[in-house]
Design a protein around this ligand. Structure first.
Ligand SMILES: [Fe+2]
Ligand SMILES: [Fe+2]
Length: 151
């Protein structure tokens, strides 16, 4: 995997797909698995916004898709917060809403990989992509250290 931002984001996306499956498919420890998903996906979103989305707001080729990405992050944050506030994770309603979250997040990360990555490769050079990976990893480390990964 290339040592650039795209490789780092893809690796995170793979992990998020696994965590979503774990939440939806498990019959026990659902709350613990969900907490793990929320922590990791929120850290991914915030670091991605800082290191990847913000610089891509300038080029016209990426701006619109990135604005949509910000909006989708916000929507999934709201659903995750709602799921986190429901006491019984074994209820049918909780499961149905978790299924909705899974569909939203999978759609979002597929769209990033299929639409934003190619547009970003056009708009930014490889040097930028390598440096952006460093900023992405630094942002995730800072979030983990300050415990601010959940908004
Ligand atoms: Fe994203
Ligand atoms: Fe992402």
């Amino acid at each position: 995997m290339a040592q650039d931002i795209y490789g780092a984001l893809r690796a995170d996306h793979e992990r998020v797909r696994e965590l979503l499956d774990a939440v939806l498919e498990s019959r026990e420890d659902i709350d613990q698995r969900f907490a793990e998903l929320q922590l990791e996906y929120t850290a991914h979103e915030r670091a991605e916004e800082r290191a990847f989305y913000e610089p891509l707001l300038r080029p016209t080729a990426t701006r619109e898709a990135v604005l949509e990405g910000f909006a989708e992050h916000h929507e999934s944050d709201l659903v995750m917060r709602e799921l986190a506030s429901v006491p019984n994770v074994y209820e049918e309603h909780w499961h149905a809403q978790a299924e909705t979250l899974k569909e939203m997040v999978e759609h979002h990360i597929d769209e990033e990989e299929r639409e934003i990555f190619p547009a970003a490769r056009q708009a930014m050079d490889e040097d930028w992509a390598v440096q952006a990976r460093g900023r992405f990893e630094q942002a995730k480390t800072n979030l983990a250290r300050t415990g601010r990964s959940v908004p």
